[in-house]
Write a protein that binds this ligand. Structure first.
Ligand code: 4FV
Length: 222
């Protein structure tokens, strides 16, 4: 998969995407990641990317021209252009799985008060929000999407099975898990998990996933 990111803060991407699973995916050629400075698509010597909103109001908006020039410069036939903004559909594991099927994503990150509406109307194929809160810019949301999608790419996780049986994969939270020691400070691992009876273990895990979801995220059950 190829992911291009348009941002005013390329340096924010250094670090989180240069480690562990994501870096291994990049080195293995499973993910090609390109971070682009939006100002490189400005024409004026001040590299202007923002301006005041028509009709007044606080703050500044990202101008249409640099964004159209950048997206039209980077977009290929299969490219899916995705805006990151609080007005987007709520990003989820289901959407991550959907995007992991794509070949080519172009993530357009926001800043200031947001985008000129014509960017949304005429440029974006999709719009995603990582949650109902307001961030200083769209760089972290873009990294969240890149991380969640990359780990679902075939061959990225050691054994793809691990992404099949995790939280949200069946619309449920994950069942409790334990590793050695079997007893720690008087806290014992449930007997069923050390019983070797796999049918009983599966049954217990299903019940626990249901129970935990009913307690912590009943909204997932509706
Ligand atoms: C955001 C979110 C987000 C809004 C103002 C950037 C900021 C500034 N993006 N999910 N929540 N964006 O808060 O995606 O433009």
């Amino acid at each position: 998969m190829k992911i291009d990111v348009l941002t005013l803060f390329p340096a924010m991407f250094a670090g989180p995407l240069d480690e562990s699973i994501i870096m291994r995916a990049r080195k293995a050629g499973l993910l090609e990641l390109n971070i682009h400075q939006l100002r490189d698509w400005t024409q004026d010597r001040h590299k202007t990317v923002d301006d005041r909103p028509f009709g007044g109001g606080p703050g500044m908006l990202l101008k249409a021209e640099p964004l159209f020039a950048a997206v039209e410069g980077l977009r290929r036939e299969p490219t899916k252009v995705i805006l990151l903004s609080p007005a987007g559909r709520n990003f989820s594991q289901a959407i991550a799985r959907e995007l992991a099927e794509a070949q080519d994503l172009l993530l357009v990150t926001g800043h200031y008060e947001g985008f000129d509406e014509r960017v949304r109307d005429a440029l974006a194929d999709d719009e995603l929000s990582i949650g109902d809160y307001v961030l200083t810019n769209g760089a972290l949301p873009a990294m969240v999407v890149i991380d969640a999608v990359t780990r679902l790419l075939p061959g990225v996780l050691g054994d793809d099975a691990s992404s099949r049986d995790e939280s949200f994969s069946h619309g449920l939270l994950e069942y409790p898990q334990y590793t050695r020691p079997a007893e720690f400070r008087g806290m014992k691992v449930p007997d069923v998990l050390v019983s070797g009876n796999h049918a009983e273990i599966e049954k217990w895990r299903r019940e626990q996933a249901q129970l935990r979801t009913r307690q912590a995220r009943p909204d997932l059950l509706t």
